[in-house]
Design a protein around this ligand. Structure first.
Ligand SMILES: Nc1nc2c(c(=O)[nH]1)N[C@@H](CN(C=O)c1ccc(C(=O)N[C@@H](CCC(=O)O)C(=O)O)cc1)CN2
Length: 283
């Protein structure tokens, strides 16, 4: 058996086509959506991700505002950049690319973002709304994971989901998202303190691997027919390598490749958040 592909490249292209229509309608009403980014430092991966976000904006008709700061930027300089975008009327929503260089207080920076411009859904207020069940911008990777499953017809309600990784951009918010009444999954959040990871993964209908450990999910751990989403990103010999071993394709029902799976969905949902923020201002 070979798993079917959860194709993030094709799905994100379809989402971008839908967004182009919504952006056209906004522009017809005199609203020009703008995405801002704050990038600090020289990490090649982060540079690539931010470059991709601005390329996506150009493709769908969202204006771009880019603030790049050097590796040496102080906490104060980063916070000034946040205030600048909070005050910029051309900026509908924005993100601070994570991780920040060592020694900077990420939580303090995220907390200074205007929650109404939080295109990443990572401001404490918006994460709080996720807990409380009120509509707010959703963190882009978890949002993308739900969309890729939904658009491939993979049932979520009533399913056992194992999320491997408890990071703030994926694991923790994904657990909250999938346990909302609208998704209705049962979620087990595994992490480095989990004693028997394989035993948990074996019970899952849906596995989301976001540990950043190459090949941590192997075929013997996967229930036949399960959906396995590969979110982890590591670089091995300069090549992007995911958390899911190649032999998983022989056992699973669905696999999201990496690259080409959840990554492009993360980018598409960021655009969707910006468009939703712009639309909410008209309502
Ligand atoms: N402020 C944020 N920082 C980070 C987030 C985030 O959602 N908000 N997530 C990740 C990085 N990320 C977006 O910022 C991201 C990661 C991966 C991709 C992607 O398209 N990946 C490609 C492969 C890329 C490669 O070759 O290196 C793919 O999967 O096909 C897009 C965005 C951490 N930081």
């Amino acid at each position: 058996m070979t798993a079917q592909k959860l194709d993030g490249t094709a799905t994100s292209a379809a989402i971008k086509d839908e967004l182009k229509v919504r952006i056209g309608a906004l522009r017809d009403q005199g609203v020009v959506p703008g995405l801002g980014t704050i990038l600090v430092g020289d990490d090649p991966g982060s540079r690539w991700y931010v470059g991709g976000k601005h390329k996506d904006c150009a493709e769908v008709g969202i204006e771009s505002i880019r603030i790049d700061l050097p590796e040496t930027a102080s906490q104060e300089e980063i916070e000034d950049a946040v205030r600048q975008l909070n005050d910029d009327p051309a900026c509908t929503g924005y993100i601070v690319q994570l991780p920040l260089p060592r020694g900077r207080d990420e939580n303090r920076v995220l907390g200074l973002i205007d929650p109404a411009k939080d295109a990443d859904g990572l401001h404490p207020t918006n994460l709080g709304w996720l807990v409380l069940g009120k509509e707010a911008p959703l963190p882009c990777t978890p949002y993308g994971i739900v969309e890729i499953l939904r658009r491939h017809g993979v049932e979520i309600a009533g399913k056992e989901v194992v999320v491997v990784g408890r990071g703030v951009t994926v694991g923790r918010p994904l657990g909250l998202l999938l346990t909302r009444r609208s998704e209705n999954a049962t979620v087990t959040l595994c992490h480095t303190g989990t004693v028997d990871l394989a035993a948990h993964v074996r019970k899952a209908d849906i596995v989301v691997a976001a540990a950043g450990v190459p090949g941590i999910i192997t075929a013997d751990m996967v229930k036949p027919g399960a959906a396995v989403l590969d979110v982890g990103v590591s670089r091995v010999d300069g090549k992007v390598t995911g958390d899911v071993a190649d032999d998983v394709w022989d056992v699973a029902g669905w696999v999201s490749p990496n690259p080409g799976g959840v990554g492009p969905m993360t980018r598409a949902m960021l655009l969707a958040n910006v468009v939703s923020i712009a639309e909410s201002k008209l309502a």
